[in-house]
Design a binder for this molecule. Structure first.
Ligand SMILES: [Zn+2]
Length: 250
């Protein structure tokens, strides 16, 4: 009997050491790189190198009530609160974070960046009474093509930081709309208007559970037309809506 314990104790100390050396080997053959500048990451660094992490152009919108995200959305509907994590400019290398999450098969990065945003919202008075996190839904066909919904990955990170549930059954994308990134202004608004449908029975169930205030989550806040199109059926059903995105397109 004693011998078996000794063997299992040995395995217990051996396995983590073995996994660490495997990770070391993986890093040697497939070096992990900073998403923004491409510098090879050191052991213990993740996603962004220390320099890019320091330079991330944070918005601090979680500390400001009438911030630029709120003002942009307020032209379309009345959000309770709104905030993005960082500024996003076409010329900036930080746009690579969004591209990796959206088109680069990196939902893990979305979740970790979402968690970073969630930590900021956690200390903010404006976001304190949120009860559930709702990602902007993807059409099932696009979700199938991409393999995941990037807004849901971000929402999961935010929800983990705020210790809240993620609600994916409430909203559905009913139309397969064109990719928003190639559209501008009114074309964008027309493209998403009425694209989202509420699941009425889920809505009744949440409200009977006392859920009133939802946090809508998307990857980028550009014109605000997608968030407004999502907010419309939710507000009509009596929910209060706040919004959070990773990036604020300026
Ligand atoms: Zn970097």
């Amino acid at each position: 009997m004693r011998k078996i314990f000794e063997v299992s104790d040995m395995c217990r100390s051996f396995i983590p050491a073995f996994l660490t050396s495997l990770r070391g080997l993986r890093d040697l053959f497939f070096p992990r790189k900073c998403v923004v500048c491409g510098r090879v990451l050191a052991a213990g660094e993740q996603d962004l190198c220390p320099h890019c992490r320091d330079e991330l152009p944070l918005t601090y919108q979680w500390d400001i009530v009438q911030n630029a995200a709120f003002e942009r959305l307020a032209r379309r509907f009345e959000p309770e609160a709104a905030a993005a994590l960082f500024f996003f400019r076409q010329q900036s290398d930080f746009r690579k974070i969004i591209y990796a999450i959206k088109y680069g098969g990196r939902p893990d990065l979305g979740r970790r960046m979402g968690q970073l945003l969630g930590e900021k919202l956690k200390g903010s008075r404006q976001f304190r009474d949120i009860q559930a996190v709702v990602p902007v839904p993807l059409h099932p066909l696009r979700r199938w093509k991409r393999g995941y919904n990037q807004a849901e990955a971000i929402a999961r990170g935010i929800a983990a930081a705020l210790d809240l549930p993620v609600e994916t059954a409430l909203l559905r994308r009913s139309r397969y709309t064109k990719t928003q990134t190639r559209l501008r202004g009114t074309a964008k608004t027309r493209n998403v208007a009425d694209a989202f449908r509420l699941d009425a029975s889920r809505s009744v169930q949440l409200q009977s559970d006392g859920v009133r205030h939802l946090l809508l989550v998307d990857d980028v806040l550009t014109s605000g037309s997608t968030l407004a199109a999502c907010a419309a059926p939710l507000r009509a059903a009596g929910f209060r809506i706040s919004c959070a995105t990773l990036a604020f397109a300026g």
